[in-house]
Write a protein of this length. Structure first.
Length: 401
């Protein structure tokens, strides 16, 4: 059975690209060495790999996986990076991702023993349930319907004797009508009667059949129209869901103009490691903690805020004040708002924030900030100055009218 901790210990950090050559395959390695810019980038990726390995050993698997994805994006044939990603996926029982990473390794290095070993490990755990589809039993064929043989014997009608027999040849001749005449006349009358009686029935049957077909066509058109509208609704819902997913992804991984949540958290960690507590707090204040999706991320965020916020308030206030005096009011507002958010007991931070708003032309927020200052710090010199600024803005507004 695969021991995660033992396997993790087998991974060793790399000092630079040269020490990682044995784990990088392909012709692009030589191309990287020839280009100083690419060589520098590759060495930075090696440092990220080392950082990811450190995160994994500390139990921060999410951060480790995030760093490793950046590494393989820049160095596609870095086998150890893929192998570590596969190990982390197996640990989290994310076997689909593990299979994908191992397949990538075996395409690069078909004889990689660790990849084969990992593959055997998670394959033994995955239980695939084969669908058991029961074939419907064939129904017995229906028996042929009994033929109804009802022979109706048609007997030719018996000829009726003419009751008005004319005995004499002279009388027969005098009438001038032969038996053939009567037969033809009877046939004609029979056809006329049949036409009069049968035609309305046939016509009604035809009209009913046509009306039924029209109704069927109407129902088919209505059904198609309903299906079309349902399809259009599904397309709109899918487009809306896609837009929402794209917005959420941009928020997490960032865009070219703005860092994402995870980038800001990594930046805060790096600043903290460099003992730049003000910079760490600045990065943390850009994060909406409610949108951190994993327990590890939330723990890292809470731990960092507890460590850096108390000592970062002074640094943020200083940056805001200096930006105000250099007339960079936008930066001043940004830093002073963060300084107040970290620690709201500095009346001077409120005062400079109000003046920065006023200088930038935002009198509404300036007045609001001054009023907050007066309420939180009554009787102080900064409160008196705030009241003076409010009165001055009121007089200026009255003159403009």
């Amino acid at each position: 059975m695969l021991n995660y901790n033992e396997e993790l210990e087998r991974f060793q950090p790399c000092a630079d690209l040269e020490s990682a050559e044995d784990n990088i395959y392909g012709k692009e390695l030589e191309e990287i060495k020839k280009n100083k810019t690419e060589l520098y980038k590759a060495n930075q990726m090696i440092k990220k790999y080392n950082q990811a390995l450190n995160y994994a050993k500390q139990g921060n698997d999410d951060l480790a996986m995030l760093q490793l994805k950046n590494v393989v994006a820049s160095i596609p044939n870095f086998v150890d990076a893929y192998l570590l990603m596969a190990l982390l996926s197996i640990k989290e029982e994310n076997y689909d991702d593990a299979r994908q990473f191992l397949d990538t390794i075996l395409k690069i290095d078909p004889d990689n023993e660790s990849a084969v070993e990992y593959g055997k490990e998670f394959e033994s755990k995955v239980v695939e349930e084969e669908p058991q589809a029961k074939e419907p039993e064939k129904k017995e064929k229906k028996k042929d319907k009994k033929k109804q043989v009802k022979a109706q014997a048609e007997q030719p009608p018996k000829k009726k004797e003419n009751p008005f027999k004319i005995s004499s040849f002279q009388e027969n001749e005098s009438s001038g009508k032969s038996p053939m005449f009567y037969m033809v006349t009877g046939i004609v009358i029979g056809v006329i009667v049949a036409a009069v009686l049968i035609y309305p029935t046939v016509r009604a049957s035809f009209n009913h059949k046509s009306s039924t077909q029209v109704e069927d066509y109407k129902e088919q058109i209505l059904a198609k129209d309903t299906q079309l509208k349902a399809s259009e609704k599904k397309v709109k819902e899918a487009q809306k869901a896609q837009k929402k997913a794209e917005d959420e992804l941009a928020e997490y991984i960032g865009t070219s103009k703005k860092d994402g949540i995870y980038d800001s958290l990594l930046k805060a960690l790096q600043k903290y490691s460099d003992r730049d507590y003000t910079g760490s707090a600045d990065a943390l204040l850009d994060i909406d903690s409610k949108k951190l999706t994993t327990k590890n991320m939330k723990n890292i965020y809470n731990d960092l805020t507890a460590k850096v916020y108390p000592s970062a308030a002074t640094g943020l206030y200083s940056k805001g004040k200096n930006a105000y005096w250099t007339k960079d009011y936008k930066s001043a507002i940004n830093y002073l708002k963060k300084a107040i958010k970290v620690k709201d007991t500095n009346s001077y931070a409120y005062s400079y924030l109000g003046q920065a708003y006023e200088a930038s032309g935002d009198t509404k927020n300036a007045k609001k900030t001054y009023e907050t200052l007066i309420k939180k710090f009554p009787g102080t010199s900064q409160a008196r100055l705030a009241q003076t600024r409010i009165d001055a803005m009121g007089k200026k507004s009255a003159k403009s009218l």
